[in-house]
Ligand binder design. Structure first.
Ligand code: VG1
Ligand code: CO
Length: 543
């Protein structure tokens, strides 16, 4: 079995986005496409010789084939060992955990996360480094540059490795260790949370519905919630990972997880509802008759994490992505701990976590996590909520009411305009950039602009600078509009408009969100002319 060097030439469009490279599955399946990208990664990290790497994915269509290609390329590039989940499955947080636990040099995660899966849908690949976190921009830039000059890749010709059960195998000189994808992750969760208290909660009749959306978290949720914690069998629904996610859209928000929302808002709702996304790194939290926005969830978790044994000593700080509401900042300020505002994407939290500056991180898109791994972690957030509910013995609605009464409420919503022609979306952003300087002092829908800028981030740990990370318009009453283009879509452009309005604790805390935000929404339209530029009367998805 010898390695072959295959001549190739650069393929356009291999620039990783917010979270890895995502393309239509058919594009990933084109000759040399996957191979070029994998070799570019290997070259960008200084080769694979002697390295131990982790491999797994969310089980979407092409996951199994891509895994065999990556294994053959790792072998040809001299890797010492690849540790892979059975059937090449691993949730994103489980992969991050394995990289750290096994002292691996990095890992490949095959996923396009919440993007639909299937032959005619999306596939993706991302690379995480030795700390278990997404490769930082300096590395993704190197990968992209490499993809533009690549002339050959290395691969061995051999039979597929049998990944169907845990064990050991060889491919050329390279060792392959096949591991149960769930066990190490579930064990880690037991070290962080009071499983005894959560078990007692379930034993006392507390009910949960966890919607795995036919994606990767099903086996994890069944093992942890049903087997280890004693939730009623059947609490996990849509728990079998399917290559096309049951033709669904595994994005845990009220729009795509509507079935769960309907149950939770109905007369027979369980006490707690949750959902996770394609690769298991994001979460949706719903109480009986109450949806918890991800921004609020981060704030509540920050205020209550000490109820869980893993966080009993308190938090060193909290970080949130820039578009995420400032609810978590209020908690950090009161607790006297640091708070940080980073660009969108988990890769920006890595340095803060590694340096011990923050313990919890979160994004408005339902990503929440902590320093236990270097990825956001859907099931972790669900377990922290359960631990808090077990300790406080209050309902989700009671916990939210008490939180707002203490800190005030950041009314929040995100409007997504999808598949907008790229040039139209770029025109909108370019026009807005040109307007920023003249906005302060002007009034829209009764709100006065206090400041407007294009968010630039200087990493406080390594000093690296990331520019053009989203347009921010802050009003003098504390309301805010943020606009940016998505970096995970594969069709046209997606414009995300983030809307926030703060209501202090002595104000009206129970308004319908659309009512509370009405002036901010109107101001966004007046300033950015969203209808005119997108050609759409209303957002495609409101969360
Ligand atoms: C989206 C979210 C962002 C998240 C990213 C990856 O990015 O907004 O918060 O980190 O998805 O999450 P964008 O560029 O489309 O806004 V996942 O779960 O898709 O890995
Ligand atoms: Co995800």
């Amino acid at each position: 079995m010898t390695a072959t060097t295959v001549k190739t030439s650069p393929i356009e469009g291999q620039k990783p986005g917010t979270s890895g490279l995502r393309k239509k599955t058919k594009v990933f399946m084109e000759p040399h496409f996957l191979e070029n990208f994998v070799q570019s990664i290997i070259d960008a990290i200084g080769g694979a010789t002697g390295k131990t790497l982790i491999l797994g994915g969310d089980g979407r269509y092409f996951n199994d084939r891509a895994a065999q290609v990556i294994l053959r390329m790792c072998a040809a590039n001299g890797a010492k060992k690849v540790i892979v989940g059975t059937n090449a499955l691993l949730s994103t947080p489980a992969a991050s955990n394995l990289i750290r636990k096994r002292d691996a040099d990095g890992g490949f995660i095959m996923s396009a996360s919440h993007n639909p899966g299937g032959e005619f849908e999306d596939f993706g690949l991302k690379f995480n480094g030795a700390n278990g976190g997404p490769a930082p921009e300096s590395v993704t830039d190197k990968i992209y540059n490499r993809s533009r000059e690549i002339t050959e890749y290395r691969i061995i010709e051999t039979q597929d490795a049998d990944l169907s059960k845990p064990g050991a195998a060889k491919m050329g000189d390279m060792e392959i260790e096949i591991v149960n994808p769930v066990t190490d992750y579930a064990d880690l969760m037991e070290t962080l949370f009071d499983f005894g208290a959560i078990r007692d909660l379930f034993a006392a009749g507390f009910s949960i519905r966890f919607d795995a959306m036919h994606a990767i978290t099903g086996p994890y949720a069944r093992e942890i919630l049903e087997r280890r914690l004693g939730a009623k069998p059947g609490s996990v629904v849509n728990g079998q990972p399917l290559p096309d996610f049951g033709r669904g859209h595994p994005d845990p928000n009220p729009v795509w997880a509507k079935d769960l929302m309907d149950v939770m808002m109905g007369p027979d709702a369980p006490d707690f509802g949750a959902a996770s996304d394609g690769d298991g790194d994001r979460n949706m939290i719903v109480g009986r008759s109450i949806y918890v926005t991800p921004s609020d969830s981060l704030a509540v978790l920050a205020a209550n994490a000490h109820h869980a044994p893993g966080y009993a000593a308190g938090l060193s700080g909290v970080a949130r992505s820039m578009p995420t509401s400032r609810a978590a900042d209020l908690v950090a300020d009161k607790a006297g701990i640091g708070s940080y505002e980073t660009p969108t994407g988990w890769k920006f939290f890595g340095n803060l976590l590694d340096a011990g500056r923050v313990t919890l991180c979160g994004e408005e898109s339902a990503g929440t996590g902590s320093d236990h791994v270097r990825e956001k972690d859907g099931l972790w957030a669900v377990l922290l909520w359960l631990n808090i509910l077990a300790a406080r013995r209050q309902s989700v609605a009671e916990i939210m009411a008490a939180h707002w009464a203490e800190y005030g409420r950041n009314y929040y919503s995100r409007h997504d305009y999808e598949a907008v022609p790229k040039d139209r979306a770029n025109d909108l952003v370019t026009r807005m950039r040109g307007l920023l300087n003249e906005l302060p002092g002007k009034e829209f829908a009764g709100l006065t602009v206090g400041a407007a800028d294009d968010f630039a981030y200087t990493d406080p740990v390594d000093g690296s600078v990331s520019e053009r990370q989203g347009l921010r318009i802050a009003f003098t009453d504390g309301s805010r509009i943020v606009m940016r283009l998505s970096g995970t879509g594969t069709e046209g452009a997606t414009l995300r408009v983030y809307l926030e309005r703060y209501q202090p604790a002595n104000g009206e805390l129970n308004l319908p969100v659309e009512d509370a935000l009405a002036p901010v929404i109107q101001a966004a339209e007046e300033i950015a002319k969203i209808r005119e530029y997108t050609g759409k009367d209303a957002p495609d998805v409101t969360t």
